[in-house]
Ligand binder design. Sequence first.
Ligand SMILES: CCCCCCCC/C=C\C/C=C/C(=O)SCCNC(=O)CCNC(=O)[C@H](O)C(C)(C)COP(=O)(O)OP(=O)(O)OC[C@H]1O[C@@H](n2cnc3c(N)ncnc32)[C@H](O)[C@@H]1OP(=O)(O)O
Ligand SMILES: Cc1cc2nc3c(=O)[nH]c(=O)nc-3n(C[C@H](O)[C@H](O)[C@H](O)COP(=O)(O)OP(=O)(O)OC[C@H]3O[C@@H](n4cnc5c(N)ncnc54)[C@H](O)[C@@H]3O)c2cc1C
Length: 661
Amino acid sequence: MANVKCNPDLVRERAKCSFDVNELIHLIDGGENATKEKRHFEETIFSVKELQDAVPEEYLSHKDRYENAVRKATILRDVCREYMKKYNYKPNRFRVGHGVFKDVSPFLLHDGMFVATIIGQGTPEQQAEWLPKAENMQIIGTYAQTELGHGSFIRGLETRATYDPKTEEFILNNATLSSFKWWPGGLGSTVNHCIVVAQLFINGKSYGIQPFIVQIRDLNTHKPLPGVKVGEIGPKMGFQTANNGFLGFENFRIPRMNMLMKNAQVLKDGTFVKGMNEKLTYGTMVMVRVGIVGDCSLNTSLAATIAVRYSAVRHQSKIKAKEPEVQILDYVTQQHKLFIAIASSHVFRNVYSWLSKSYLNVMKDLAQGKQDHLPELHATACCLKAVCSRDAGSVVEECRLACGGHGYMTSSNLPLVYGFTIATVTYEGEQTVLLLQTARYLVKAWLAALQGKVLAPSVSYLSDWLKNDNVRWQNTPEGIVKGFQHVAAGKVKAAYDTIQKYIKLGKDYEDAWNLASVQLMKASEAHSRSILCEVSWGEVIRTSASPNLLQVLKQLAQLYLVYWTLETSGDFLVYSNISKDDIAILREKYEELLAAIRPNAVGLVDAFDLRDEILHSTLGSYDGRVYERLMEEALKSPLNQESVNASFHKYLKPLMEKAKL
Ligand SMILES: CCCCCCCC/C=C\C/C=C/C(=O)SCCNC(=O)CCNC(=O)[C@H](O)C(C)(C)COP(=O)(O)OP(=O)(O)OC[C@H]1O[C@@H](n2cnc3c(N)ncnc32)[C@H](O)[C@@H]1OP(=O)(O)O
Ligand SMILES: Cc1cc2nc3c(=O)[nH]c(=O)nc-3n(C[C@H](O)[C@H](O)[C@H](O)COP(=O)(O)OP(=O)(O)OC[C@H]3O[C@@H](n4cnc5c(N)ncnc54)[C@H](O)[C@@H]3O)c2cc1C
């Protein structure tokens, strides 16, 4: 990239950088070697001509766009397979996926959830049967859980799997319209198999929801099998190439062994054998929620790179009347909009790495029959997924707005990035629903703290606060982290007291819960924020890096802490011992941090190491040829391929002529 002829503003910005960009790239990637491998892999993918679109996708019809995405998905699969064989390297397909598809791959669910569910929910025999076929694409699958009528409340799903002991089969049925599966990615026209989450019935008795692996299309003709009704759900706000679909069954039979039985089992005679914990059936969702925190980091870095580079190139208005127009990045309001995006990406990455470790530890425990830490993992993954995805959506939108009118151009890629980022707020558990799951855990933890019990590490601050809620405020990163814990503890207490108040007024627990649920949701958000602050600050101070880089990483981490303290200063005034003067000091600190980060802004986004092919942006490319690219892309419009469009003769001319009469 270094030899590309760049916009002079970007050249100057890069020269100003106080740290070694390559050092940060290696740190993000996990070492110099990892960067080399990543770059070699990406170079290979993006030099495949067939993966490059001659015409921007947006000009294609819905159908052509889908077919083009499938074409590219198959080529990408082949290239990756060869690459893995040759170099024994497991590539990050999601990162290059943004380059290849702009949006998302029709195979996203195959990789992300179908294969993962066979691993997580299948017995060793079932894995041996389906995993090799799924991994080498002999079968293509998705995860079909959500229905027209139910998504959040999984226990309310209506698809039925009724066991027939005579034939040792399950009979799948969708008797109502609301029971039709709705949303699964790839289901529309791509997959031939899916994991169907259905209500198990044996001898008329319900045994809750269970996962089944079901073939829905003929492997040769791709026609839906008799008894299967399947199709695509149509255009959406984003995820245009994900090929989301609907599905219903009519007396469709599958063998007994197609129920994934790692947890619960159905024996030949119809005896139901309970698993260790029925919630383990929800395991794939927990895994993906953890993964989404990592996606939030990538999505935020995409938007930050585009908006920061553009802001360095774009000049508009003046700060001082007698001086030239300034780079818009020099406006402190612009820095306020953008630097939190850079900081958030680092916070999400660090928290993802921390959460992944907890996830793997709990998986190891579960393999040995220990489930003590499962509730804490579930509660933590729920609230972090909810808060990170919403933050990422807001940050991406702020980056888009920070690019003014050009941010509204599809060619900036910011609308598409926003489309797939904002989807994460809803899928894999809608944000409020997940925050309320965590609130259940927090209320239980609060009760345990009141009873003097030892709490799990992520909530132990509740007991600390109970012992001493009068800690003096300190304007240091550690003091701010404590402050966030005080806010969270104060909110948990307030929500708990509100439930108790309603119960005393004669409400039952469920109604009291609903009446207190705005507070419960806010408590859960505050709990997440305290984890995000504590974990990210902790990771940064433990980072081994050169003094120059460490200084910049600390500035970013502090910016995150101060930004969110100021954003929620009302809560701090209510629940911590912060004073108005402390807030004024933090405001000053915030301004100092913006100024300190400013010279490194371009270097920081360069360190996300996102190739132009992944950014897909007229505004964000490495060379900063913004106006040239905007014009080049505009000229690709089909309307610019003819000097006069037929509509002139058909409609405009008659209109003008009628007006003359
Ligand atoms: C790294 C890979 C990245 C891959 C990326 C792929 C991206 C693909 C892109 C898009 C795909 C999108 C896919 C989907 O959206 S799939 C559908 C996802 N659907 C949901 O997430 C539904 C959300 N709803 C739920 O999860 C549940 O209904 C619920 C948790 C909200 C409630 O469940 P319910 O059975 O009603 O439980 P209760 O509320 O009654 O709680 C009972 C008890 O159980 C505990 N609990 C709930 N869930 C879990 C769990 N997963 N693990 C452990 N424990 C759980 C809960 O805490 C309660 O405990 P208690 O308070 O002690 O009683
Ligand atoms: C892009 C995208 C891709 C998807 N891919 C898949 C897929 O591959 N496979 C799959 O199975 N599903 C998929 N889904 C479905 C997704 O998982 C659900 O849409 C999601 O879980 C939310 O459920 P819902 O649509 O039923 O929302 P609802 O639950 O109906 O939410 C509507 C509103 O009701 C509120 N609400 C609901 N319950 C409660 C409650 N208990 N307390 C308070 N408020 C409540 C919510 O907060 C929300 O404001 C996808 C969705 C999207 C958008």
